[in-house]
Design a protein around this ligand. Structure first.
Ligand SMILES: Cc1ncc(COP(=O)(O)O)c(C=O)c1O
Length: 323
């Protein structure tokens, strides 16, 4: 593999994460492998840690003291940023979107509880206020803070999954997958994977399964991240919207809302394999594969991007007993 000018990276994730064969879920002629990026760490876990290795290196390089970021109330990205910032001795402010802010003195759950535990400054804002985040975040960052966009999804953050592709190439060796599938929520993971595969001259299709919005939205987002990355690091490929494969049809009731069918599939996967998916991202994305495996060839590779604390944010609905 040709070395190129990757930006500086601060080690935060436990790498390489395992690439495991998972039987019992797809037809026997299909070989399913799962990239366990839910295992990038314990509290500091999931896909965001890979992006933060590059984003927070920039904060260190510029001598900044604080990071400011944003997301939904139970954002995995905000939790990972708050914990990683603490590990590196940086302060962190998180702007969390919610129509119903939790009671400041009351108990918090899931990701929000962890953000509070590591002492991040929590700012609860309404969806209307959140729409102004492009103005709000730089104000909060001031002169010594780094603004990290939603999901850590920008050209620098995309390096997390550009690097992950190189990790995967070593792991799959002479047995490449027929497709790579991940959840897509802000486009950064999909952008990094798709650029990473193209950068190494591979033609393996990379599919992002929408957990919100629609295909044109994510095709546009990924193309934009890729254009910015190409402008900054010309050796990276610039992807057009038509190069980006986005799978629709699995959003269900909407972002962070579950249906009984989704929860039943999440429970089925857990009971069959011990693999624990999260209801907001990975369970929705995995259903694309579980329910329509023929679309991804005989050796699909699913990237488990984490999200375990979202699963524990609400009391779990009892899933129906199997058959
Ligand atoms: C668990 C989990 N999986 C997948 C995603 C989607 O990744 P991305 O925001 O890079 O599209 C996120 C975050 O949005 C996440 O928290």
């Amino acid at each position: 593999m040709k070395p190129d000018a990757a930006p500086r990276r601060v080690p935060l994730a436990q790498l390489p994460t395992p690439l495991l064969d998972v039987g019992g879920l797809l037809p026997p002629s299909t070989r399913l492998r799962v990239k366990r990026d839910d295992l990038t760490g314990a509290a500091l876990s999931g896909n965001k840690v890979r992006k933060l290795e590059f984003l927070l290196a920039e904060a260190q390089e510029r001598g900044l003291r604080r990071v400011v970021t944003c997301g939904g109330l139970q954002s995995n990205h905000c939790r990972a940023t708050a914990i990683a910032a603490r590990e590196l001795g940086l302060d962190c402010t998180v702007v969390l979107r919610t129509a119903t802010p939790p009671d400041r003195e009351g108990p918090l759950t899931g990701n929000v509880a962890l953000m509070r535990l590591v002492g991040a400054e929590l700012r609860f804002v309404t969806p209307e206020q959140y729409a102004q985040r492009a103005r709000l975040l730089p104000e909060l960052a001031g002169t010594d803070g780094l603004v990290i966009p939603e999901g850590g999804s920008n050209a620098l953050g995309a390096w997390g999954y550009l690097a992950c592709v190189d990790e995967l190439i070593v792991q799959w060796g002479t047995e490449p997958p027929t497709a790579i599938i991940c959840a897509t929520g802000s486009g950064g993971t999909l952008a990094g994977l798709a650029m990473g595969v193209r950068r190494r001259g591979l033609t393996i299709p990379v599919y992002g399964v929408c957990v919100c919005d629609d295909a044109p939205t994510f095709q546009g987002l990924v193309a934009q991240i890729s254009a910015e990355a190409h402008a900054r690091w010309p050796e990276l490929p610039a992807l057009a919207p038509s190069d980006v494969r986005v799978v629709e049809g699995w959003v269900g009731r909407g972002y962070a809302l579950s249906t009984p069918d989704e929860l039943a599939d999440l429970a089925h996967v857990a009971r069959t394999t011990g693999l624990v998916l999260d209801p907001v991202y990975t369970a929705k994305a995995f259903r694309a594969l579980l329910r329509a495996p023929e679309a991804y060839g005989e050796a699909p590779l699913f990237v488990h991007t984490g999200g375990i604390f979202g699963l524990l944010a609400e009391p779990l609905q009892p899933a129906p007993e199997p058959g």
